[in-house]
Write a protein of this length. Structure first.
Lengths: 113, 113
C-alpha cells in the first residue's frame, strides 16, 4: 500500500497480559522500524529490520519484547507480561533505502490498566 | 551515542511573525530530518537534509543544516494558525546501513491570531 498501516489503533490490556501490535510497511520498502513514544513526547527506538532480518535491536527490552517481520505477513511487535510503564504510542516506520526518510504509520496507542 | 537537543520546547507566536527552532546534535551526523506531528496523529516528514549547507524550503518553512556547527534550524516565515503543531528534528548516525533515528524533544508551536 501507499501508507504504513498499523493495527489496532488502540489496545487496552490489563497488567500482566500480552499485547501484540501489527505493521504493514509501504509496498517496496525494505526497512522497518519500531519506536515508542511516551507521554512527554520522547521517542525511543526499539528495533529495525531489513526485510525479515533484524538489523538493530539495541532498544528492545529483551525480557518481554519481541518482534518479527516475516515474508508476506505484517510485521509484529509483541509484549509479554505487560507493565504499566509500557503504556505509550508505538509507531512503525518504513523506508525504501537506508538513509531515506522514514514514513510513519498512525501508531497504536497501548493502554495498560 | 547521538544526542539531539531542540529549543525552545514551547513556542507561542502571533500570526504573521517569524521565528526559528534550533536543533543541536552531539556527534557527527550527515542526516537530519524534520517532522511535524499534530495532536494524536502520526509524524509527517517535512525535510530531509543530507549534506552540509543544505537548505530546503516548503511554503512558510525553511530548514538548513550546518554539519560543522552540528546545528539545524527550522525557520518559520509569517506564521499562520495552520502551522500549529509539534515539530521534531531527528538525526541518524553516519553509517551506510539502515539505522535508527534519534529524536529531539520536540517544539510545540502555537500560532495565535
Amino acid at each position: 500500500g501507499e501508507e504504513v498501516a498499523q493495527t489496532p489503533k488502540h489496545l487496552v490490556r490489563g497488567e500482566g497480559q500480552k499485547a501484540k501490535l501489527y505493521c504493514a510497511p509501504i509496498k517496496g520498502h525494505s526497512y522497518v522500524f519500531w519506536y515508542q513514544q511516551v507521554l512527554k513526547n520522547e521517542f525511543k527506538f526499539l528495533i529495525s529490520f531489513q526485510n525479515e532480518n533484524v538489523f538493530d535491536e539495541t532498544g528492545m527490552p529483551k525480557e518481554r519484547f519481541s518482534a518479527k517481520c516475516l515474508p508476506n505477513s505484517p510485521c509484529s511487535l509483541e509484549i509479554q507480561a505487560t507493565k504499566l510503564e509500557d503504556s505509550a504510542v508505538y509507531f512503525c516506520a518504513s523506508s525504501q533505502s537506508p538513509q531515506g526518510p522514514q514514513h510513519f504509520g498512525d501508531g497504536t496507542r497501548l493502554s495498560i490498566l | 551515542e547521538l544526542k539531539v537537543e531542540q529549543n525552545p520546547l514551547f513556542l507561542s507566536m502571533q500570526e504573521g511573525k517569524n521565528y526559528t527552532i534550533y536543533c543541536n546534535y552531539s556527534t557527527t551526523s550527515d542526516r537530519l530530518y524534520w517532522y511535524r506531528q499534530d495532536p494524536g496523529k502520526s509524524l509527517e516528514s517535512l525535510f530531509v537534509l543530507l549534506s552540509n549547507g543544505a537548505v530546503k524550503q516548503e511554503g512558510r518553512l525553511m530548514a538548513s543544516l550546518d554539519t560543522k556547527a552540528r546545528l539545524s534550524t527550522l525557520h518559520i516565515t509569517a506564521a499562520v494558525h495552520d502551522l500549529s503543531a509539534t515539530y521534531f528534528c531527528a538525526g541518524g548516525p553516519n553509517t551506510g546501513t539502515a539505522s535508527k533515528l534519534t529524536f529531539g524533544t520536540g517544539t510545540r508551536l502555537q500560532v495565535t491570531l
